[in-house]
Write a protein that binds this ligand. Sequence first.
Ligand code: ADP
Length: 401
Amino acid sequence: MKVLVLNSGSSSIKYQLFRSEDWVAIAFGQVARIGEAEGELKLNWLDGDGNPQSRQETPAIPTHQEGIDHIVAGLRASGALADVSELAAIGHRVVHGGPNFKHPVIVDDAVEAEIRGVVPLAPLHNPGHLAGIAVARRLFPTVPSVAVFDTAFHQTMPPTAYRYAIPEFLYTEHRIRRYGFHGTSHGYVAKRAARVLGKPLEQCNLITLHLGNGASAAAIRSGQCIDTSMGLTPLEGLVMGTRCGDIDPAVLIYLGKNLGLDAEAQDQLLNRQSGLLGICGVNDMREIEQLAADGNARAELAIGITVHRLKKYIGAYYAELGRVDAIVFTGGIGENSLGIRRRACEGLERLGIALDEEANASRESRGERCISASDGEVKVLVIPTNEELEIARQALAAVGG
Ligand code: ADP
């Protein structure tokens, strides 16, 4: 059987098709610029001999329905999917599941309504997901659509971690609390880390650091999330590409009172113009590291603030967990930036955290690897994330496969 994973945004749909026997991604791609005069259609697949092939077109894609039509037509034409009846499930990434979804669920009308009810908490994400889900259910009524939530993994947090110290009615009436995101990634790398450590996940205490354009940390005790850095929205926590992460909320009050910025302007400022971009004018860590190496002081400061924040979270989560088996780096920066990994772990020898410089710097292995010194009590691991694969597996499990 096969599992199709869809990540539907407001104007794009990314997809991957997995073969469930060996979990190989036999096709992947995206449709983008939905609703514009010229769309974008990308398909990559493995041909009958296992050789990679690709195709790109620019037809107009007026709606999500045409987008999914194009995806399925492309998968059929390439031979990756002979017939829709081969699909055991369609797994949909859903960023915000609100307070009730603790696991992936097969989408019915009630589930769709609940995801819609959470739109105010994730106005940039959930409407696009809903569009993709509605079309998939309509086009393929015999294939179960499964919603896999970024928030679900964090639902094991205790109230002491997920409640904010604000008046209670804001929680009870307005659902304002910490939810956390990137949960599919944190959950996936935690499972892989347990394998590398050679112990059951239920016995592992981990600090997982997902460092991409968005970035978040999670504290995992006995395999379950007990704290995470993102909050009501993905804005809180670590320094990100364009998001500020932790900030004194009074900054917003100040901006409103003294600069006359309304909620929309504040949203733009903190979500899209801050973070690495705000500090040094660039949001791509590769470029920033190059600029810093060339002596650019703002780029160096951006790295410094990023690392300072990371260390604070490692320290805080260490204190929460008491005992840590491993720190796990993942995401584009976590997997590739040896400088960020080195600086985040620097000076933590008293906590049992020390890197093997050579292993950290080695570019030979891009797979799962241990980069801590042999006498380091806490293992430091690099685990490439694979959210799509995890969504595919969870979707299949949800339909009993
Ligand atoms: P997204 O959150 O959009 O999925 P990724 O996980 O792909 O993002 O991470 C993107 C980030 O990873 C960018 O800041 C990019 O510069 C950084 N990155 C990718 N490769 C490297 C590298 N070799 N060294 C440093 N940073 C890297």
